[in-house]
Design a protein around this ligand. Structure first.
Ligand code: NDP
Length: 488
């Protein structure tokens, strides 16, 4: 699969040049090489796409669920067939290691199409017995045109997680990938067309926040499903409010990972590493506040430090690499600023936090995974989302104390608990105010389990059958079998 030098918009079943005449460049974060010039959708492009998506919706919503499912499952098959090609594209767009992308990005996206393809024929309402002379039933109907706006860390996965349930329910979709990682959304569009999706049902608009804004305010778009930061999420919510759109918000986090003194320590260290250093720490649900019981604190840190320092920081395309490049130089500066801030605030930098030069990738933004100990809850490194490989470790003594500290945040995306005590595990999880919790593991997101945030980390859920509720609306139908009572 060769990479196109020019990326066009994808509207009405085919690649199309932007009417705006504007474009932007897409770079490989690891090498600095220009990957493509990308068409930027302006207001008129959005308008044209909405019209195509409305036509696509009329046709697609009349297709039976079993046929919709067949097309989605065919798309899943094609995604799997092209797994390595798509993974390489994702690595070049994001800077993440090729050791991660085939499974974490492509398989995860294919799973969504397979899963929701299987559910498409089973979207149904309820029956309500109202006595001998009447009954009511409900219909689950599609919303119409759904828009997806995605972040740059898992570009294809995010596109698939939004598109698969939207299409399974009979909606059409307009997807805007991050301008940093535009390529695979176009590939997904080609795959869906190849799988038999009618034209206009899945469309891709490239562009920056301005394009996202035009989408979010458009009165004929019925829903926006957004993945990104809390500040941008607020703007999208405000824009969507203008036409009272349905919304799903998958936002940021600063999640706690609690390690009790009876934990299997090597597993807890493995989870803490996955929860902070996978994809260079650029993951929304990361467990960046690691609370370790004071009795095992030193042993935990010692094992963690030696295992972290053995991680390979290198060329993302090298299968041996564990830590790739951050998304761009600005983000690198932001992460390094937090490392400096942590030191200034009095945390102890046990390991990492340094710029790393990688041979062949001298223009990349590589940083060694950073571990801070002696952290306090009120330090900015423990309160703000850093979105890089920076772990903050705090010690604790008591169960109630650690629950209160873990919950003391405006975020609520995820949380983890390590303990061998089953009663304690479930008791603690029940008190944590987070949408996704893991007991004795971290950051697993199988498609059959709902994913989403409490508090400012989000609204709605992705994955699992419940995601279909967020892409449908309920119509209640009252049926009279008897006479109409009338007092006049
Ligand atoms: P941003 O919020 O910066 O951007 C997200 C998307 O919104 C991008 O496509 C961006 O375009 C677009 N956008 C920017 N401004 C506007 C606007 N005014 N109106 C509409 N769209 C706009 O997030 P990042 O891409 O930097 O991603 C990192 C963030 O995403 C982190 O906070 C992370 O926690 C969160 N995230 C949450 C996930 C979850 O499931 N809860 C999963 C993954 C990430 P462009 O990039 O082109 O500027």
């Amino acid at each position: 699969m060769s990479r196109p030098k020019r990326l066009h918009l994808y509207i009405d079943g085919k690649a199309q040049k932007a009417i705006s005449g504007k474009s932007f460049a897409n770079f490989n974060p690891a090498t600095g090489a220009k990957l493509s010039e990308v068409d930027q959708a302006g207001r008129r492009d959005v308008e044209k796409t909405v019209q195509a998506a409305r036509r696509g919706f009329q046709e697609w919503s009349a297709v039976t669920g079993i046929e919709r499912g067949r097309i989605l499952k065919k798309a899943a098959d094609i995604l799997r067939e092209r797994r390595m090609d798509l993974a390489e594209i994702e690595v070049k767009d994001t800077g993440k290691p090729i050791a991660e992308a085939p499974e974490a990005d492509i398989d995860s996206g294919a799973d969504a199409f397979e899963f929701f393809g299987g559910l498409a024929a089973d979207i149904k309402g309820t029956h309500h017995d109202l006595g001998e002379d009447a009954f009511a039933y409900t219909r689950r109907e599609p919303l119409g045109i759904c828009a997806g706006i995605g972040a740059w860390n898992y570009p294809l996965q995010i596109a698939c997680w939004k598109t698969a349930p939207a299409l399974a329910a009979g909606n059409s979709m307009i997807f805007k990938p991050s301008e940093q990682t535009p390529t695979n959304a176009g590939k997904l569009a080609e795959i869906l067309t190849e799988a038999g999706l009618p034209k206009g049902v899945f469309n891709v608009l490239h562009g920056s926040g301005e394009t996202g804004h035009y989408i979010a305010i458009h009165p004929d778009i019925d829903k926006v499903s957004f993945t990104g930061s809390v500040p941008t999420g607020r703007k999208v919510l405000a824009d969507a409010a203008g036409s009272v759109k349905h919304v799903t918000m998958e936002l940021g986090g600063k999640s706690p990972l609690i390690v009790f003194d009876d934990s299997q320590i090597n597993n807890a260290v493995s989870a803490a590493m996955n929860a902070n250093f996978y994809t260079q720490g650029e993951i929304c649900s990361n467990g960046t506040r690691v609370y370790v019981h004071e009795d095992i604190h030193d042993a935990f840190v010692s094992i963690l430090k030696s295992r972290t320092e053995a991680m390979v920081i290198g060329d993302p395309m090298d299968p041996a690499t564990h830590v790739g490049s951050l998304i761009n130089a600005d983000h690198f500066e932001k992460v390094m600023e937090y490392v400096r801030l942590g030191i200034e605030e009095g945390a102890h930098l046990v390991s990492g936090g340094e710029k790393v030069s990688v041979t062949g990738c001298e223009k990349g933004s590589f940083i060694s995974p950073a571990i801070f100990t002696s952290c306090q809850d009120d330090m900015r490194i423990c309160r703000e989302e850093i979105y890089g490989p920076v772990m903050s470790i705090m010690s604790f003594r008591d169960e109630d104390e650690v629950i209160a500290r873990a919950n003391d945040t405006e975020f609520g995306l995820a949380a983890g608990v390590f303990t061998q005590d089953l009663s304690r595990a479930h008791r603690v999880v029940a008190k944590l105010r987070a949408g996704t919790c893991w007991i004795n593991n971290y950051n697993l997101t199988p498609v059959g389990v709902p994913f989403g945030g409490y508090k400012q980390s989000g609204i709605g859920r992705e994955n699992a059958a419940v995601a279909l509720d967020h892409f449908t609306q309920l119509k209640s139908v009252y049926v009279e079998l008897g006479d109409v009572e009338c007092g006049y």
